[in-house]
Ligand binder design. Structure first.
Ligand code: EPU
Length: 417
């Protein structure tokens, strides 16, 4: 298993560019199933999850050519093959193939998806929405067997503004027979980006970014070229890395309007942030202040995907902070590892009570999931001495060249196999 070995203590100083967003790229890759023509996707990030999604698409008959970081995807020979459990468990986003295959072929067979172990992650909202739109679904030995030959439109309501369910139901509806309206949709920028991509292929999706999305069906989608949006979580991770090491970091090629909630918290910590178009720079103070309360929320609230990184910052800030995780029920698995490094944190159910300490000390810790793993790397960057972060395959699902980019900012981190 690969690991990072970090010699902590260096203040980060420099500039870093952000990849395209994992959580936009993955549903967009699934959306290519809907198109019989050729799609060109630019700036493919070197994330394990993106590679695995390409593997799934190839198993479904799509042809993918890699030209540098450009993916050329030909959907002409796609077919609704069974997505078995060993493929589906590669990543959570395998579930998007369900909406897309049902949309194009009106039938699909998919095993339940895998993904980071951050909670139960049921797909009941996806399935209820599909059933409400006329899909017959039978579940047998962990496989969903779906028939959309009686697909219809109408207005459906999501019990919770789930990102994945919103995306899956839009994917299903673009090649439908009647107008579909989805109420209580997720408003995340990645949902908007997937809808923009669909519209660029000729779909008629209206209202993305609001809580009501309307889809007027079209007969077919055309090939296109597209560059998905920058990753707001990676941008945020590098900003927090700058803050926690008392450094100065400039993050380029990002969209600061998509992470206002983080910018606000970092300013409350005492950091100075300057936004200019697609760049944001951060200068950290000598002493970081606790922000008092962090509650994860659906967009535009504070993102659950930055909770771990921000909690680590609180562990090293003056004062006490309450961190409440409202989205996933098991996103504090990194906390016992952080406590090994000297953090002072009590977790009760979905709330962490953090009392800042003046320093952490390096230790052997294990990444349990993607964002918690990134949080442990940030802790290692400012801890005294050496920190080894094991099981970094979790981190590599959503961060490319993490060690290289941190070293370019002045960190001392190496990857060992
Ligand atoms: N939920 C249900 N039933 C459903 C769907 C969701 O109960 O049918 C619950 C989940 O269990 C969870 C909550 O609703 O408690 C939110 O889930 P949501 O469906 O919104 O999230 P997701 O689509 O599974 C995406 C991102 C996550 C990100 C969340 C929230 C992708 C591929 N994943 O997950 O990203 O945390 O939205 O913003 O888009 C990550 O990148 O590390 C990551 C986990």
């Amino acid at each position: 298993m690969s690991k990072y070995i970090i010699n902590g203590g260096a203040a980060l100083d420099g500039s870093v560019s952000v990849d395209c967003a994992k959580n936009a790229y993955l549903p967009i890759l699934a959306a290519t199933i809907l198109c019989e023509g050729q799609v060109i996707l630019n700036r493919a990030p070197d994330f394990v999850d993106v590679k695995n999604m390409c593997v799934i698409l190839e198993k479904l008959g799509l042809k993918i050519t890699h030209q540098g970081d450009v993916l050329v995807i030909d959907g002409a020979s796609a077919n609704p093959k069974f997505v078995p459990v060993d493929t589906a468990k590669l990543l959570r986003s395998s579930i998007f193939t369900l909406g897309a295959m049902l949309g194009r072929f009106k039938r699909a067979r998919v095993a339940y998806p895998g993904g980071c172990d951050i909670g139960q992650r049921p797909i009941n909202i996806h399935l209820k929405g599909l059933r409400d739109l006329g899909v017959k679904i039978t579940e047998s030995h962990g496989t969903l067997i779906c028939d959309a030959s009686d697909q219809h439109g109408g207005t459906i309501m999501l019990d919770f503004a789930s990102v994945g369910a919103t995306e899956n139901l839009v994917l299903f509806s673009v090649l439908g027979r009647e107008k579909t309206t989805i109420v209580n949709c997720a408003r995340e920028p990645e949902v908007v980006d997937m809808c923009n991509f669909l519209n660029k292929m000729g779909a008629r999706v209206y209202g993305a970014g609001t809580s009501v999305i309307e889809i007027e069906p079209v007969k077919k989608l055309n090939g296109t070229e597209y560059t998905p949006i920058p990753d707001r979580i990676i941008a945020g991770t590098y900003l927090i890395a700058g803050a926690i090491t008392h450094g100065r970091v400039e993050v380029k090629n990002c969209n600061p309007a998509n992470f206002t909630s983080l910018i606000d918290k970092l300013r409350n910590s005492g950091c100075i942030l300057r936004v200019k178009n697609d760049k944001i720079s951060l200068k950290s103070p000598k002493t970081l202040r606790s922000v008092g309360l962090i509650e994860t929320q659906v967009y535009p609230g504070f993102p659950t995907d930055l909770q771990a990184q921000m909690l680590v910052l609180q562990a090293l800030s003056r004062g006490c902070c309450v961190v409440r995780e409202n989205i996933f029920e098991s996103r504090f698995k990194f906390v016992p590892e952080l406590i090994k490094m000297g953090a002072n944190i009590d977790v009760h159910d979905r709330t962490a009570f953090v009392e800042g300490v003046s320093a952490l000390s390096g230790a052997d810790v294990v990444a349990k999931d993607l964002r918690g793993g990134a949080g442990l790397v940030l802790a290692g960057l400012c801890a005294n001495g050496y920190t080894t972060v094991h099981d970094i395959y979790h981190i590599e699902r959503g961060y490319a060249d993490f060690d290289k980019r941190l070293n370019e900012l002045g960190a001392n981190i190496r990857r060992e196999v």
